[in-house]
Design a protein around this ligand. Sequence first.
Ligand SMILES: [Fe+2]
Length: 146
Amino acid sequence: MLSDSLKTLLASTQSFAIKSQNFHWNIEGSDFPQYHAFYDTLYGDVSDTIDKIAEYIRILGAYTPGSLTRYVELSVIKDQTKIPRAELMFVESLQDCETMIQLVTEMFDQATAERQQGVANYMAELQDLYAKKAWFIRSILKKERE
Ligand SMILES: [Fe+2]
């Protein structure tokens, strides 16, 4: 059901947001100001999507999960309890962006099949958001040309 997929997306988005805030607080390195700011923006942009996802679940007639226990059960984004080095934070965030892109791409097709065009439209927006974040992170990770 589309509402079940939205629950997975909601939980994964919460996990992604928490991890981005963790990295915002704890990242270190010579480019600290840019890294710190990048993760602040990432956290903010991802957090801004949470309420709309949650409200679509209610619009479709299901109840919205709202507890940390349920989010851990439902999320496809793995929690990070450690403080990785800066480069490893970016590698992990890039993989998480790719996981989110895969999820919202599948959900676009599901929403279209169920003729829920508003949800499909929002999945397209989220695909754009995570694709743009992935581009930023790939550019941060790129080694300088000789
Ligand atoms: Fe901050």
